[in-house]
Design a binder for this molecule. Structure first.
Ligand code: ATP
Ligand code: MG
Length: 254
């Protein structure tokens, strides 16, 4: 390990059992270094704590990667994100597709060699699946283009330092063409145990998960298809400070 320059890591929460048994805060962290696939898929039913965790991820990413560029796509225009509305890299409702175009454009420029920079570029997309379903019923071709771009970022992003963090209730394979869902490094499930979703995302880990129950902000993380942890997402103790950091992270002024 290089102690002068350790790989940046992002804490998602605490180990759920240690927390419940002893109130011990054993951090569960994601490796953000380019050698690791740091795309994230975050799933859970309504009210399970997806947006709450997403804001923490936005804030912690901004702190861990000061040279990074973050775009935030908020399809639903959710209340918890309203304070971000004047930020240049916050995109609401159908404008979220501009965020995708921008980030996908960065990927292509790096891939072609036109852009040799490798600072991390991240697109956080709240309610991706809901948007894809709405777009599919409006305009199938446009939806296919969107899904194709998402798929390319998932497949090519790691080596070019372009990262996708997607949240949705139910990430059906149809929204991830060419099996691109498999290119997600971390799968996070929060809230109530929904068997069909667990079977879809964690088919090889059902024995470990069976019989467990999860409340809001609690659930499972699977890293790189093999390392499974039960997780408790911590409560934010200084919302105002977190919001200031998030606003700055998206190019806004506080
Ligand atoms: N880990 C947590 N600790 C404390 N409060 C939480 C936690 N997670 C979520 N909450 C609270 O629970 C409520 C629902 O959370 P959130 O909005 O994140 O759910 P969601 O999964 O995004 O729901 P939706 O699908 O409706 O957007 C919010 O009021 C949020 O502040
Ligand atoms: Mg939400």
């Amino acid at each position: 390990m290089n102690f002068d320059n350790p790989a940046p890591r992002l804490t998602l929460g605490y180990d759920l059992d240690s927390w419940k048994l002893y109130r011990e805060k054993m951090h569960i962290t994601i490796d953000l270094s380019p050698k690791t696939n740091s795309h994230i898929l975050l799933c859970g039913m309504s009210g399970s704590g997806k947006s709450y965790l997403e804001q923490q991820i936005l804030c912690k990413l901004a702190l861990a990667e000061p040279d990074g560029e973050i775009h935030f796509a908020d399809y639903k225009g959710d209340d918890p994100f309203q304070y971000l509305e004047n930020c240049p890299r916050y995109y609401f409702f159908k404008d979220t597709l501009k965020a995708l175009d921008t980030v996908h454009g960065r990927l292509l420029a790096r891939q072609s060699g036109e852009d040799t920079s490798r600072n991390p570029v991240t697109l956080i997309w709240d309610e991706y699946m809901a948007q894809v379903l709405a777009l599919t019923s409006e305009d199938k071709k446009a939806a296919a283009v969107v899904m194709g771009k998402v798929s390319e970022i998932l497949m090519l992003g790691r080596s070019l330092s372009v990262r996708l963090i997607i949240s949705c209730q139910r990430p059906d394979a149809l929204a991830f063409p060419a099996g691109s869902r498999l290119n997600v490094g971390s799968i996070i499930l929060v809230g109530a145990y929904i068997r069909s979703i667990y079977e879809m995302l964690l088919p090889d880990h059902m024995d470990l998960v069976k019989g467990r129950q999860f409340g809001r902000g609690e659930g499972v993380v699977l890293f790189q298809g093999s390392e499974l942890h039960f997780i408790k997402v911590g409560a934010v103790s200084d919302t105002h400070r977190m919001e200031e950091i998030c606003i700055k992270a998206l190019g806004g002024k506080t």
